[in-house]
Write a protein that binds this ligand. Structure first.
Ligand code: F6P
Length: 324
C-alpha cells in the first residue's frame, strides 16, 4: 500500500475534520501518500482528488463540518457509477480507501469492496449513533451537548410562561439523541422510535406531572418516533385534550449537525483515524473501526450496517424514574 484515499459521505457530523486530519497524519507518519476525495462517492466518480500532507490539515481539529465536503451520491448506487469510480482510483494509483460516514456510506463501501476486491475501511461519522460495533459515532457527543444546551434555553422561557414545549430532535430511526439529551436536559417525557409510549399514556403522564405541581414541561420527540403524530399534530392533540396547557413546538433541525466538536469527538476521531490507516497497512479490509468498551476495535462492515445499535434498557429505566 503506497497511497490511501479518504472521503466523507452522507450527513456531515462534528469530528469528521478531526478524523480526516488523523488519517492524513497517520499516512504521513508511515510514509504513505494520502489523497483527499471531495464530495464523497460523487467526487470519486468525477475524479475530484487532491493530495494531502500533514500541513494541509492544520487548524481543522476544532472545526465542524468537513473540509472534503459531503454528498449523498445517487450515481454511486449504479454499477456504471461504481465502475467509473474504480477506474479513477486505479488511474490515480490509490490502493485503499478510508470512508467516513454512516450506514449509507458503509453500504456503498461494502458493495465496492465486493465488486472490485478493493480495500476499504470505515470510520463511523454520524450524529445519530445508529451504527453497530461502536458505542459512539463521531459527532454524536457534540450533537448531544448542542441539544442539551438548546433545551436548557427552551426551559428558561417555558418556565417563565408556564408552557409545554415539544422539542423535536434528529436521529433518523434511532432514539439515542432524544433519550440521552432528554435525560441530560431533564425532559418530562421522551418519545423515541424504539419504544411507543402511545398517545393516551403521554396525556396521562402530562396530567400527572401537572397534578404533581409542575407548571411547565419539556417533551423531547425523536424525529423517527412511532406515536403516529408529528410534533405539530401532537401540539394540537394536547391542546385539545388539555386546554389548560399553552403549547409550543421547537424543531431543532440542522443546528444539531454543526459546531465545533467536543473534546470527546476530537479524541475519538484521532484514535479511529490511526486505527483505520494502520489496519489497512496490516492488510485488513472491509471493516469499520469503532469504540467497544473504550477500546478501539474492528467490526466487519456488513455487521456494522445490519446489526442494530440497541437502546440501553438501563437508560430507559433511568429515564422513567427521572420523570417521576
Ligand atoms: O443522519 C444524520 C441526519 O442528520 C439525521 O439525523 C436526519 O434524519 C438526516 O440526517 C437529515 O438529512 P438531510 O441533511 O439530508 O436533511
Amino acid at each position: 500500500i503506497k497511497k490511501i484515499g479518504v472521503l466523507t459521505s452522507g450527513g456531515d457530523s462534528p469530528g469528521m475534520n478531526a478524523a480526516i486530519r488523523s488519517v492524513v497524519r497517520t499516512c504521513a507518519y508511515h510514509n504513505i501518500e494520502c489523497i483527499g476525495i471531495y464530495r464523497g462517492y460523487q467526487g470519486m466518480i468525477e475524479g475530484d482528488f487532491k493530495e494531502m500532507g500533514p500541513r494541509s490539515v492544520n487548524n481543522i481539529v476544532n472545526k465542524g463540518g468537513t473540509i472534503l465536503k459531503s454528498a449523498r451520491s445517487l450515481e454511486f448506487k449504479t454499477p456504471e457509477g461504481r465502475k467509473k469510480a474504480h477506474e479513477n482510483l486505479v488511474n490515480a494509483g490509490i490502493d485503499a480507501l478510508v470512508v467516513i460516514g454512516g450506514d449509507g456510506t458503509f453500504t456503498g463501501a461494502e458493495l465496492f469492496n465486493n465488486e472490485f476486491g478493493y480495500p476499504v475501511m470505515g470510520i463511523p461519522g454520524t450524529i445519530d449513533n445508529d451504527i453497530y460495533g461502536t458505542s459512539h459515532t463521531l459527532g454524536y457527543d457534540t450533537a448531544l451537548n448542542t441539544v442539551v444546551e438548546c433545551i436548557d434555553k427552551i426551559r428558561d422561557t417555558a418556565s417563565s410562561h408556564n408552557r409545554l414545549f415539544f422539542v423535536e430532535v434528529m436521529g433518523r430511526d434511532a432514539g439515542h439523541i432524544a433519550l440521552n439529551a432528554g435525560i441530560g436536559a431533564g425532559a418530562e417525557e421522551i418519545l423515541i422510535p424504539e419504544e411507543d409510549l402511545g398517545l393516551e399514556r403521554l396525556l396521562e403522564s402530562l396530567q400527572k406531572s401537572k397534578a404533581s405541581g409542575k407548571s411547565s414541561s419539556i417533551v423531547v420527540v425523536s424525529e423517527g418516533d412511532k406515536i403516529g403524530k408529528n410534533v405539530f399534530e401532537l401540539k394540537e392533540y394536547v391542546e385539545e385534550h388539555m386546554p389548560e396547557y399553552d403549547v409550543r413546538v421547537s424543531v431543532l433541525g440542522h443546528m444539531q449537525r454543526g459546531g465545533s466538536p467536543s473534546c470527546f469527538d476530537r479524541v475519538l476521531a484521532s484514535r479511529l483515524g490511526v486505527k483505520a490507516v494502520e489496519s489497512i497497512l496490516e492488510g485488513k479490509s472491509n471493516y469499520m473501526v469503532g469504540l467497544i468498551q473504550d477500546k478501539v476495535a474492528l467490526t466487519p462492515l456488513e455487521q456494522a450496517i445490519k446489526g442494530s445499535s440497541k437502546i440501553d434498557e438501563e437508560l430507559l429505566r433511568v429515564s422513567d424514574i427521572m420523570t417521576t
